[in-house]
Design a protein around this ligand. Sequence first.
Ligand SMILES: [Zn+2]
Length: 445
Amino acid sequence: MSTSSYLIRGATIGAGATTDILTHGNVITAMGSGLDAAGAVVIDAQGLVALPGLVDLHTHLREPGYEQSETVLTGTQAAAIGGFTAVFAMANTNPVADTAGVVEQVLALGEAAGYATVRPIGAVTQGLDGQRLAELGAMATSRAQVRVFSDDGKCVSDPLLMRRALEYVKSFDGVIAQHAQEPRLTENAQMNEGEVSARLGLTGWPAVAEESIIARDVLLAEHVKSRLHICHLSTAGSVEVIRWAKARGINVTAEVTPHHLLLDEERAETYDSRFKVNPPLRRREDVLALREALADGTIDIVATDHAPHPSESKECEWGAAAFGMVGLESALSVVQETMVETGLLNWDDVARVLSITPARIGSLSTHGQPLTVGAPAHITLVDPNTRQTFSRQRLAGRSLNSPFLGLELPGRVMATLHQGYATVLDGILIESDIVAAHAEAVRRG
Ligand SMILES: [Zn+2]
């Protein structure tokens, strides 16, 4: 397959100027007006916003072990449809990604599929058992070059293990991504603890279970001078702790999910298990505090926590249903709805919270660079001027557990270029054999 070249005509760069963008191979080779290039694939981008390819620091790809929910191929297809060119794959697979062998397997599956750059996240503890540290160094020096470690799905609740993990990753500038949830305070919990849980008779999940772990861990990170990342912040109190920690100079970053920016606990009243998630949907005032924190920089990034489940795990009563929602395909639309339409962020900010900063936190230097000549050709083109009902047709992964189905949302990803070739054009996924052939050509240089 020959090297691809694309001429993107008349795109608006973030919140700024309109320009043509020319790519050749995995590089942006020219920008300006009236560009011409024989043989290039022309993309009419009038009215479209161009962003650096989106980067998700928190994706569950489910492979190996849970391929009925998602595979690396289908998960990265969902990523491409959502405008993502890189995803960090969480470690709670089967076997758990706690050795060099498993993270290299996930890396290789991502390379072969070609829809997005897959960076494996390594487990903090062996088998996510919370007892013994995993082989962090071996994963870091493996071909997967793991820099982000997380027991996500579970909290590293033992403070001594958390301290050791934070100390260990300093030598290679790694980061521990904590799922902040004190397990003793959340036993059998089903939804946010408050008036609604009391009314519904469901076991509550107190905000303090999240906030107390964050408070402990920012102090541990300060004590050992290491780098901490907090997954899926969900409460106003967590925002206050992070704000305090940052003011103190502690090296902590935080993420919020699209669903916590839009949805609140009232959704549980339908007992529709699509709204069952960990951490749970919280109060309206929490939702508004999270938006404000993302706008003022207290929260650094948006990450999807894309968590696919097969229908048999979700289409059952609330108490028996699995926790989690898919989110890659809808993330940009939800961020536009909650942050751009409300005037809290502009499109340059969106590039920052969905591409530039997540790539930096994950030490992924090949992604998250502003669109300039010489930058890698990871490009997302979004049409912000459309509004439609979010439907099953927008889902490209293997699972359908989206809480956004049936909601009217703005924006649509029209094209995604990953390392200089299209994975999505005209809003449609490019076929897997074509994408795989392009990916192989890039690998061979
Ligand atoms: Zn989690």
